[in-house]
Design a protein around this ligand. Structure first.
Ligand SMILES: Nc1ncnc2c1ncn2[C@@H]1O[C@H](COP(=O)(O)OP(=O)(O)O)[C@@H](O)[C@H]1O
Ligand SMILES: [Mg+2]
Length: 600
């Protein structure tokens, strides 16, 4: 994107495509404006020539003109409205598409700092302001400028003095419009902010309804909602109060034009300076002078709303994702799964999240990562998937820096069951097959069996066709974890990441899943992040993390022998470390033996 790009230039890029159509529409608008001056003129002729001079034979022709002009105007109006509507929908379609594509490429950092409600309103309210501009404002302003100019010219050709006299009122109308627009604009801005605040409140409450219920905070939330609702209504009323205040002024001013015309124009008719027909003609042009002036205030506000909306959408759009595809990526469709971290540090907001991380994981190995919350475990996996980029050091997959790999190839080779699980509003089958939609049911079923999800899925009333996600059946935490594990397994990735994936399942299920994972048998590199010793004790290498650093590493036996953090964690979870040979467990009795000596 060039630096000289501005929001308006960006918008023009979308409109350009529809230029021929728009020009056609504006041509029709011009014809309509020209035709608008015909009828009052013909009415004048009817008064002068037919009624006063009695040339009755002219009447059919004049009536014919009146009717056909009206007919042509209505037909043209229909067509150009269709044209502008079509253009506006086209512009909107392209813009929505482009903005959505950009949203898809944005990185974790972008979504971390943006509010969902704001991003939604870019795609709804702001887009609508743009549609309104293209579909209505463009031609309305153009047409009314023409009408105003034509009417003024026609009145001048009838009689200059009468025209000048009527011109006296117009500055007052213009001034009133200006004042109204200025006073109404802040109220509009206020309405919009109240509306988005109300929206955000409702959105949050709907998503957080379980918490509201659990804490019995309905009354509290209702009160907060009432405040938002009141504020919104008050904002609307304040705006209409401004509008109501100016309404009588406009009425008086446009009535004043009529009065001037009747008094001064009537006087001129009596004096014989103009004909009665002229008076009727000028009367017919009056609306062409007042309507544009009265509406100008609204249009100015609509244009203002349009420009701010374009600016807001563009501001979201130009945020370049920091994680970008390399210019010429190293071609690696299928990866082996050898991972190496070389002195990797990651700093965000001047805060060191992980520091000096180095380790290697060869194809087929299992790496366990243990550490308290906030130790930086998920961050290491985010670095591996390139959700974030290292501030220093290198992350290598199969010997290639991840920043040189094709981003999609890299992620395609990684199967990840994330810590915060997200299921789409789709069937369970669809959710599991998300990464490999072409999978057969057989494969999906096998992945579910491996993740120990098959049992509970089959017990659901609609089995694999059960709709889950936002409004779906409430699955338990452990059930969601197993679906997300099945989703990661189905990809048959070179690197499998299980971030806290079995924390909510019982010990029995966990050891079943571990047995299943062993059957992957060296085909993929597995990272297991967990708090439970039982989840990682069989790993080829265990990394113990604290405060963003690896503080211990080794196998289960080595770490127990070392007597450090890991051994402490073990003691907390299983009681005392047994002297070799005998073991009296404190917790998790049934598993303690497999845990301590599972590998031997
Ligand atoms: N992009 C970021 N900006 C600021 N802080 C972050 C960012 N990513 C992670 N953190 C912080 O770094 C710490 C480690 O996070 P994380 O890797 O998720 O820990 P873990 O998975 O071990 O619980 C946390 O305190 C978290 O708030
Ligand atoms: Mg984490």
């Amino acid at each position: 994107m060039t630096s000289s790009m501005t929001p308006m230039k960006w918008f023009w890029g979308f409109l350009k495509k529809y230029c021929p159509l728009l020009v056609l529409g504006l041509l029709m608008t011009t014809v309509i404006a020209v035709l608008a001056i015909v009828n009052p003129y013909v009415s004048g002729l009817i008064v002068d020539d037919v009624i006063r001079k009695g040339q009755i034979q002219l009447l059919p022709r004049l009536i014919g003109i009146l009717l056909s002009v009206t007919l042509v105007r209505s037909v043209l109006r229909f067509f150009y409205q269709v044209i502008f509507e079509k253009c506006s929908q086209g512009v909107l379609y392209d813009m929505r598409d482009k903005v959505y594509r950009r949203l898809l490429t944005e990185d974790f950092a972008f979504y971390g700092k943006k509010k969902t409600g704001d991003l939604m309103s870019r795609q709804t309210g702001d887009m609508d302001a743009i549609r309104h501009f293209v579909a209505y404002i463009i031609y309305a302003v153009y047409e009314n400028v023409l009408l105003f100019t034509f009417a003024l010219c026609m009145i001048f050709t009838v009689n200059v003095r009468l025209a000048l006299c009527m011109l006296l009122v117009l500055p007052f109308t213009a001034l009133t419009t200006f004042c109204q627009a200025r006073r109404v604009r802040p109220t509009f801005a206020h309405i919009r902010s109240c509306f988005s605040s109300l929206n955000a409140f409702v959105q949050e409450n709907v998503s957080g309804n379980r918490v509201v219920k659990a804490f019995a905070k309905e009354a509290f939330e209702k009160e907060k909602f009432d405040r938002e609702n009141d504020a919104y209504m008050e904002a609307q009323l304040a705006s209409s109060r401004v509008w109501m205040k100016y309404l009588p002024v406009f009425e008086v001013l446009s009535y004043l034009l009529n009065v001037i015309l009747m008094l001064y124009g009537g006087h001129m008719v009596i004096q014989g300076e103009i004909s009665l027909g002229n008076l009727v003609t000028v009367n017919g042009y009056l609306w062409m002078l007042t309507v544009p002036l009265r509406m100008a205030g609204w249009w100015v506000n609509d244009i203002y709303r349009f420009t701010t909306s374009v600016e807001k959408i563009y501001a979201t759009y130009i945020e370049e994702p920091k994680i970008r595809m390399p210019a010429s990526p190293v071609a690696r469709r299928v990866m082996e799964g050898n991972v190496e971290f070389r002195n990797v540090s990651y700093t965000a907001d001047q805060e060191c999240i992980v520091k000096d991380i180095s380790f290697t994981a060869r194809k087929g190995q299992t790496i366990g990562i243990l550490g308290s919350t906030g130790a930086g475990k998920s961050t290491i996996m985010n670095l591996l998937c390139r959700f974030v980029d290292a501030s220093s050091g290198q992350v290598l997959v199969d010997g290639v820096d991840v920043r040189d790999l094709n981003l999609y190839d890299l992620r395609d080779n990684i199967g990840m069951a994330m810590q915060d699980i997200f299921l789409f509003s789709d069937t369970i089958e669809g959710n599991i097959a998300y990464g490999r939609p072409e999978s057969s049911f057989e494969e999906i079923h096998r992945a579910a069996v491996m993740a120990d999800a098959n049992h509970f899925i089959q017990r659901l009333p609609e089995g694999y066709d059960t709709i889950v996600g936002e409004r779906g059946v409430g699955l338990s935490g452990g059930q969601k974890q197993r679906i997300s594990l099945a989703r990661a397994l189905l990809k048959r990735p070179a690197i499998l990441i299980l971030d806290d994936t079995t924390s909510a399942v019982d010990m029995e299920t966990e050891s079943y899943i571990q047995d299943q994972l062993k059957r992957l048998n060296g085909r993929c590199t597995i990272f297991v992040i967990a708090y439970r010793i039982s989840s990682i004790k069989d790993a080829d290498q265990i990394l113990v993390m604290d405060g963003g650093r690896i503080i211990e590493r080794g196998t289960h036996r080595e770490l127990i022998a070392r007597g450090g953090y890991y051994a402490d964690a073990f003691r907390h979870q299983y009681g005392e470390i047994p002297p070799a040979g005998e073991f009296v467990p404190a917790k998790g009795a049934a598993f303690a033996n497999t845990i301590a000596y599972g590998k031997e």
